[in-house]
Design a protein. Structure first.
Length: 385
């Protein structure tokens, strides 16, 4: 089976994506899978294999690198060069000159953040009629936009922390007024983050008006829509979800960040943060978190995989759903695969299961009726995909 692993991209999470992709490719059994590395450079150029598609030689996230966008290199004779994914025919993966590069049986997208996790890449794969791992177009888009996600969680009756949505346009027109509005709504401290983004990039904690003004400015550089949330003194708990229409939840784990909160540095640079698996919580709390993880997964109509993030209030022990990540990290320190390993599903088996779920969902879609034509004498003519 030919598995295309797409990684990199024009996102601020480009470097993290490369580390995740490397771990996934190592987990794919070469006796069962032929891996096709498909890299997307920071400039948006698609490359197949070879030096331009090189991944970090060291599995440690301390050695983050970027895909090369141009230049000549003789480092790999197998380099296939620039490529494009075209929504047509049996061989949608083609070189720039139009020559086919072979059929893909399934794609494993590992492009974190904008352009890969927001439904854009999923839409392209749908048009190309290629099975792919993870959430569909709508679920990916909903999972990327934290403001829309929280609105859906609220409508589904899930417990969430108080929040407000601010547009960059409003910020430019009257920052002082917006700051006062946040102060009146829930005061300090509060968290400010881009509505669309991941790996805690652009996230700040504001303790006063000056902090809040600077945090809004920073978040506005990453997105036109900004999320402001009430900060609570809470433990950070995560739970992995796996499945399509009958999802399962893993044992929960706890993040103990080295810094004040689990930001980009804590996740990928600072070695002081550590994970507690399973999380030191009561059986009742663990059961509740797993239930909420599945409910949140279904609220966004997701499939394949997601990592659900929670807050556990240190004082009241109330549990709040924070967000879902539809393409969680697969790095050596990522919580998603670690939680499944602790639940009895090793990394290679997890990757196998995700590929199976992708093929299962694609087969189900192909069985649906895709055209309708009224026939003679009132009879209908139906065609499946």
């Amino acid at each position: 089976m030919r598995v295309g692993v797409i990684y990199g991209g024009r996102s601020v999470e480009h470097e993290v994506s490369l580390v995740s992709a490397r771990a996934i490719m190592r987990a794919l059994d070469p006796r069962r899978y032929e891996v096709v590395p498909i890299g997307i450079t920071k400039q948006g150029r698609w490359v197949i294999g070879g030096a331009h598609c090189a991944l970090p030689p060291d599995p440690s996230v301390r050695g983050l690198v970027r895909l090369r966008d141009g230049g000549r290199s003789g480092a790999a004779r197998s380099a296939r060069g620039a490529a494009a994914l075209r929504p047509s025919g049996r061989h949608p993966l083609r070189a720039r000159n139009g020559s086919p590069l072979g059929q893909l049986d399934v794609v494993f997208p590992v492009v974190h953040g904008t352009g890969g996790e927001d439904g854009s890449l999923q839409g392209l794969l749908e048009l190309a009629d290629i099975p792919y791992v993870g959430a569909g177009v709508a679920g990916s888009a909903l999972g990327m936009d934290k403001a829309v996600m929280k609105a859906l969680f609220r409508d589904a009756g899930l417990p969430i922390v108080d929040y407000r949505v601010v547009l960059r346009r409003d910020l430019e027109r009257g920052r002082d007024r917006l700051v006062r509005g946040v102060e009146e709504a829930f005061g300090y401290p509060c968290f400010v983050k881009p509505a669309n983004g991941g790996s805690s990039v652009g996230v700040s904690k504001a303790r006063d008006a000056r902090d809040l003004s600077a945090a809004l400015e920073l978040a506005g550089r990453y997105d036109r829509k900004i999320l402001v949330e009430r900060a609570i003194d809470a433990r950070e708990i995560e739970c992995s979800v796996l499945g399509n229409d009958a999802p399962e939840a893993s044992v929960p784990g706890e993040i103990v960040p080295a810094n004040e909160f689990y930001d980009y540095r804590s996740k990928y640079i600072d070695p002081g943060s550590h994970l507690l698996i399973p999380a030191p919580i009561t059986d009742g709390q663990a059961r509740r978190i797993r239930e909420l993880a599945i409910k949140a997964f279904r609220a966004l109509d997701l499939c394949g995989m997601a990592r659900a993030d929670f807050f556990l209030d240190r004082t009241t022990e109330a549990i709040f759903v924070n967000e879902l990540n539809t393409i969680p990290g697969f790095t050596p320190i990522s919580m998603y695969p670690k939680l499944w390993e602790a639940s009895g599903l090793p990394f290679p088996a997890l990757v196998d299961r995700l590929i199976h779920l992708a093929l299962e969902r694609h087969k189900e879609k192909k069985s649906l009726i895709t055209s309708y034509r009224p026939g003679r004498n009132g009879r209908r003519s139906l065609t499946k995909g």
